[in-house]
Write a protein that binds this ligand. Structure first.
Ligand code: KG4
Ligand code: ZN
Length: 339
C-alpha cells in the first residue's frame, strides 16, 4: 500500500452528528468535519430518531464535500471508504451506509463497515502514534455506552465491565434535564458544576463497593429526583457538581481497579464523556499517584466524529483484507453491534 497518498474517507451518522473526514495513510488527519444536529433536537429535549435521519440525508453530501475540499482531495482520488455500521439509530446509520455504498460502487473502491465503539478507541490511535500503544485498559464513556475494555492489541478487545442500565452520558443528559438544563445537558452539567460545591450532597456511588467492573447509573437519577423533592432550595450548581462527582468517583475508581487487577500501567479514556473536565482532572491527578499513565483524546476526537471511523477502516484494510466489501455487497445497519 502506498502509505503516503492513501486516502480514506470516513463517514459517521450513528446518532445526531453528520460527520466526514479524510485520512492520509493510517492516521494523518487532513480534514474532520462534524455537523451537529443538537440545535434541532433541543426543543424535544433529546434525539428524535426520525428527525435525525431526515437531517442526515439533508446534510451528508455537503459534509462530505466539505471534508474533501478542506483536505484538498478530489473524490476520484479516494482509496477506501469506511462507514459506521453500528451501534446506533437504524434510520441514521442507513443514511451513512447508503451514501458510502453509492460512493464505493461509483468509484469501484473498497468499503468497510466500522463498529462505532472501536471508532472511539481509535481516537486514541490517531493521536498516540507510537507513544502509547496497547496493552491498555480503555474506559469508553459515551451517550449510549459505558464499558471497560482490555485492549490487548489493536483489533483484540475484551469487555470486562459494562453498565447494567443507563450509560454515563445518558445519566448526564437525564440528570441535566431533571435539574432544568437544555439538551445536550452533559456539557452544561460540566460547566455549571464549576460554580457548585461537589460535596454539598452525598449522592450514592453506585456499585463502587461491589466486585467486578460493571456500572449502574439509573439509581443516581432517582436519588437526585428525591433530593430535589425534599430540598427544593438546593441550587442547580450544587446538584450538578455533587452528581458529577459521584459519577466521576465511580468511573475513576473502577478503571484504576481494573488496571491494577490486570497489571496494566496505561489507561485510555474515550467517548463523549471523556470531554468532561472533572473526569479529566481526576484521572490526570491519579496519573502520578498510582503510577499509571492516563490518556485522553483531544476534545474534538472525544465526541462523535468520522476521523476515528476512517482510522478503523484503514487499520482493518491494512491488516485484514477479508473485511473489505464493495458497494454492491450487503452491509446492513446493526443497532446493537458489540465490540
Ligand atoms: O460519544 P458521543 O459523542 O456520542 C455517543 O456515541 O453517544 O457522546 C455523547 C455524550 C452525551 O451524552 C453528552 O451529554 C456527553 O457525551 N458529553 C459530556 C460532555 N460532553 C459530552 N458529558 C459530560 N461532560 C461533558 N463535557
Ligand atoms: Zn459515540
Amino acid at each position: 500500500m502506498k502509505e503516503k497518498n492513501f486516502y480514506t474517507l470516513g463517514i459517521e451518522t450513528s446518532c445526531d452528528e453528520t460527520a466526514a473526514a479524510i485520512l492520509r495513510g493510517d492516521r494523518e488527519l487532513l480534514s474532520n468535519i462534524v455537523y451537529s444536529q443538537a440545535e434541532i433536537h433541543k426543543k424535544y429535549g433529546g434525539v428524535v430518531p426520525e428527525v435525525a435521519s431526515r437531517d442526515h440525508l439533508r446534510k451528508i453530501q455537503f459534509v462530505i464535500n466539505e471534508a474533501l475540499t478542506e483536505a484538498g482531495v478530489h473524490l476520484p482520488e479516494l482509496d477506501l471508504i469506511g462507514v459506521t455500521q453500528g451501534p446506533g439509530l437504524v434510520g441514521c446509520l442507513l443514511v451513512g451506509l447508503s451514501t458510502a455504498k453509492g460512493i464505493s460502487f461509483g468509484l469501484e473502491k473498497p468499503l468497510i463497515g466500522v463498529n462505532h465503539l472501536e471508532g472511539h478507541l481509535f481516537a486514541h490511535y490517531i493521536e498516540s502514534g507510537l507513544e502509547a500503544p496497547p496493552p491498555f485498559v480503555a474506559l469508553i464513556v459515551s451517550g449510549g455506552h459505558t464499558s471497560l475494555v482490555h485492549v490487548r492489541e489493536w483489533g483484540h478487545y475484551e469487555v470486562i465491565g459494562e453498565t447494567r442500565d443507563d450509560a454515563a452520558g445518558e445519566a448526564f443528559d437525564k440528570v441535566g434535564k431533571l435539574i432544568g438544563l437544555g439538551y445536550p445537558a452533559g456539557i452544561e452539567v460540566d460547566r455549571l458544576s464549576k460554580q457548585g460545591n461537589r460535596s454539598a450532597i452525598a449522592f450514592p456511588r453506585p456499585m463502587l463497593d461491589e466486585p467486578g467492573f460493571d456500572f449502574s447509573f439509573a439509581g443516581l437519577k432517582t436519588a437526585i429526583l428525591y433530593h430535589m423533592r425534599e430540598h427544593p432550595e438546593t441550587s442547580q450548581a450544587d446538584l450538578a457538581a455533587s452528581f458529577q462527582e459521584a459519577v466521576v468517583d465511580v468511573l475513576v475508581e473502577k478503571t484504576l481497579r481494573a488496571a491494577d487487577d490486570l497489571k496494566i500501567g496505561r489507561i485510555v479514556v474515550v467517548g463523549g464523556v471523556a470531554a468532561n473536565s472533572r473526569l479529566r482532572e481526576r484521572f490526570q491527578s491519579s496519573d502520578s499517584g498510582v503510577g499509571v499513565d492516563v490518556h485522553f483524546p483531544s476534545l474534538n476526537l472525544c465526541t462523535d466524529n468520522a476521523a476515528m471511523i476512517a482510522a478503523v477502516a484503514h487499520f482493518h484494510y491494512a491488516s485484514n483484507p477479508a473485511h473489505v466489501l464493495n458497494g454492491l455487497q450487503d452491509l446492513s445497519p446493526s443497532s446493537s453491534l458489540r465490540l
